[in-house]
Design a protein around this ligand. Structure first.
Ligand SMILES: CC(C)(COP(=O)(O)OP(=O)(O)OC[C@H]1O[C@@H](n2cnc3c(N)ncnc32)[C@H](O)[C@@H]1OP(=O)(O)O)[C@@H](O)C(=O)NCCC(=O)NCCS
Length: 213
């Protein structure tokens, strides 16, 4: 695995934690809110076309959480600010490939969330015997191209589009342990945020109207 992918710190460059948690079908509603909050151009960059709300609704309902893996980063209000979807492609000659798509809400960008989601997808891919991680982007997507190059991906350009490939080494003890620790940290962080939110709701219920906790 390229050094840039393996050695990034657990905390984003801004100092705020970007902890990546694996999502389940219980998170579908919040996933929908995430995608619906993407502006037209972001939808174009993420899905390759400007998708209307009902197509997004359909996409979220159809996500197969058993076959694929979806990762999320939550803010303190428990909104999903970043989503990474790792879809496993049919295996060819025992070579396993997975396709990665990512989106981060505009107000949460530039804090390392997209990169952390990519790194987590790369490590999950290794740990599930994927040898090639693939991404399809528009070549004008400078931020994504930057993330891909930083990770050491091989990029092929055709007609304004780009296919990026990362060859992954097999899993080892360190990749398995690293993913386990990242998931535990993210689950713990989520539980703390949920508790804090519940506590603030209880306090708010005791305050006179118009005063926030
Ligand atoms: C692409 C996207 C996921 C990035 O998310 P993010 O959380 O802002 O990404 P990060 O903060 O981890 O990294 C951004 C990196 O790109 C760099 N960057 C930002 N704007 C850039 C630009 N115009 N040109 C080159 N690099 C740029 C940043 O400096 C940073 O680099 P660094 O980590 O070396 O400092 C987000 O912009 C997004 O959701 N875009 C719309 C959907 C999309 O394009 N999805 C990808 C399709 S697969």
């Amino acid at each position: 695995m390229p050094a840039a992918v393996a050695a990034r710190p657990l905390y984003a460059a801004s100092g705020s934690p970007a902890l990546v948690r694996e999502l389940t079908s219980n998170d579908r509603d919040r996933l929908l809110q995430h995608f619906l909050a993407l502006a037209e151009d972001d939808r174009l960059l993420r899905f390759g076309q400007i998708v209307p709300d009902h197509v997004i609704d359909n996409y979220v309902r159809m996500i197969d959480f058993v076959r694929d893996t979806v990762f999320g980063v939550f803010n303190n209000q428990l909104q999903i600010v970043g989503v990474g979807h790792l879809a496993y492609l049919p295996a060819e000659d025992k070579e396993r490939t997975a396709e990665f798509g990512v989106s981060v809400l505009e107000n949460a960008r530039g804090k390392g969330i997209g990169s952390k989601l990519f790194e987590r997808a790369a490590i999950r891919s290794r740990n599930t015997h994927v040898s090639t991680l693939y991404m399809h982007c528009l070549s004008r997507n400078a931020t994504m191209m930057h993330i891909a190059r930083k990770a050491g991906m091989k990029i092929e350009y055709t007609h304004g589009e780009a296919d990026a490939y990362l060859t992954l080494p097999p899993a080892d003890q360190s990749s398995i342990l690293s993913e386990m620790l990242q998931e535990q940290a993210a689950v713990f962080d989520y539980a703390l945020k949920r508790q804090a939110r519940q506590a603030s709701k209880i306090i708010e219920s005791f305050l006179p109207p118009g005063i926030a906790a």
